[in-house]
Design a protein around this ligand. Sequence first.
Ligand code: JF5
Length: 227
Amino acid sequence: MRLDIVTIFPEFFGVLDVSLLGRARAAGVIEVGVHDLRDHTHDRHRTVDDTPYGGGAGMVMKPEPWGEALDALLTPRSVLIVPSPAGHPFTQRQARELAVREHLVFACGRYEGIDQRVVDHYSERTEVRVLSIGDYVLNGGEVATMAMIEAIARLVPGVVGNPESLTEESHEDGLLEYPSYTKPASWRGLEVPPVLLSGNHGAVADWRREQQLARTRAIRPDLIEKP
Ligand SMILES: O=C(OCc1ccccc1)c1cn[nH]c1
């Protein structure tokens, strides 16, 4: 898989070399390119934004630099991902779908966002996903991009040592994860649920499933699809 990131803060992504992704890159499983949007400006001030048509506070990112930057990166087989509070929810399902694609390009917006014509233009030519990582507003798409890259990359075969550990995770089966325990069996007067010490694997599996359902009902009833 190849990832390309376009941002006005390329230094933000230096950390990708040390994280989980660092090993994946070293193994050649994932290639990452970080690109400075300002390299695609041609005025003395390297301008990337301007005032919004229709008035209003804040600034909008100009379409021209984005067009030049994305033309240089996108192919018909790419997926252009645009983090935005106004996007479709980024979920584990999205992460799974994107983990099998060969080329992801992330467009990190700043200010009030990117001129809408950029999304409209590329939607005609390639797959574009405007995605939200949550119902809150960040200053730019960089943090959202980092979160999505981590969620996606860890699902790419060869990135995480033990693929087994990926199957039993929150949201993998649409439910929240069961509670986990490890030694010591007693800690500050709190005991590990006895079933987990019983050696009865069937009973453990039943208990864990029940915990998942109870937790999901209590904390995230929205995840339980109505029949
Ligand atoms: O703030 C976000 O993205 C950065 C962004 C992009 C466009 C305009 C303003 C801010 C975001 C929140 N949830 N998911 C993404």
